[in-house]
Design a protein around this ligand. Structure first.
Ligand code: SAM
Length: 211
């Protein structure tokens, strides 16, 4: 029986790859993922690189290839179920009549988990939010002052997110931690305040913790 595997690769460095992820990629006929995901595997049969612009097209292709009888692996950075490719693939599979039982999801260590670990935080009582690729940024206002810490994937940039919070009355001296490029050699954890990060530049690869 052919399968479509949706595999979490962790935050990005090889050290956080699971053995099962490596084994599935080794066996898959085709592996589809972003360049940074593909690059951390040494043993791939056929690789197809996707990027933001052709994401939907390549996810469709992954389902089509599985329907055509190939064993396909789609790589998701972090965990596929947290702002990852799980939902879009399930939707496409449903539309194309690909049986959900032939889809297997392999979890990966999420950037949010590594951000919590690096800051020695337990996250069972945290507000977990993602604004990645979404327009619902105002949702954060409903919870940001509820007494719990918030761990969020920012929308657009950390700077814009901080500016949005300040413009909506959140305390400028509120403590925040910006966790950038987690697990990579140039990883950076910046402990700061909301007003300071509203004037700082970070890459898109950040997790924001609001204490
Ligand atoms: C499409 S989402 C994928 C999230 C992923 N599924 C996860 O569980 O971490 C991409 C966003 O995740 C965050 N992210 C992913 N990898 C990261 C890393 N190594 N360091 C910091 N943030 C990261 C960034 O906010 C990035 O814009």
């Amino acid at each position: 029986m052919t399968k479509l595997f949706i595999v979490g690769i962790g935050p990005g460095s090889k050290e956080y790859l699971t053995k099962i992820a490596i084994d599935i990629v080794k066996k898959a006929d085709v592996t589809i993922g972003s360049k940074r995901a593909i690059d951390i595997f040494d043993d791939i049969n056929e690789a197809i690189v996707l990027n933001v612009r052709d994401l939907s097209e390549k996810l469709e292709l992954s389902v089509d290839l599985a329907i055509a009888g190939k064993n396909v692996c789609v790589l998701s950075t972090g965990d596929p179920g947290f702002s990852g490719v799980l939902n879009p693939i399930l939707k496409i599979a449903n539309e194309k009549g690909f049986n959900k039982d032939n889809i297997e999801v392999i979890p990966g260590i999420s950037s949010l988990q590594l951000a919590a670990a690096k800051n020695k935080l337990s996250w069972d009582d945290a507000n977990i939010m993602t604004f990645h690729g979404r327009e619902n940024i105002e949702d954060i206002l409903k919870i940001v002052d509820n007494g719990q810490k918030t761990i969020a994937l920012p929308s657009k940039s950390v700077k814009d997110m901080a500016k949005f919070l300040l413009a909506n009355g959140v305390d400028p001296n509120r403590k925040v931690a910006i966790c950038e490029k987690l697990s990579y050699e140039d990883e950076k954890i910046v402990n700061s305040t909301l007003k300071e990060v509203a004037n700082s530049d970070f890459t898109y690869m950040c997790v924001m913790i609001i204490f």
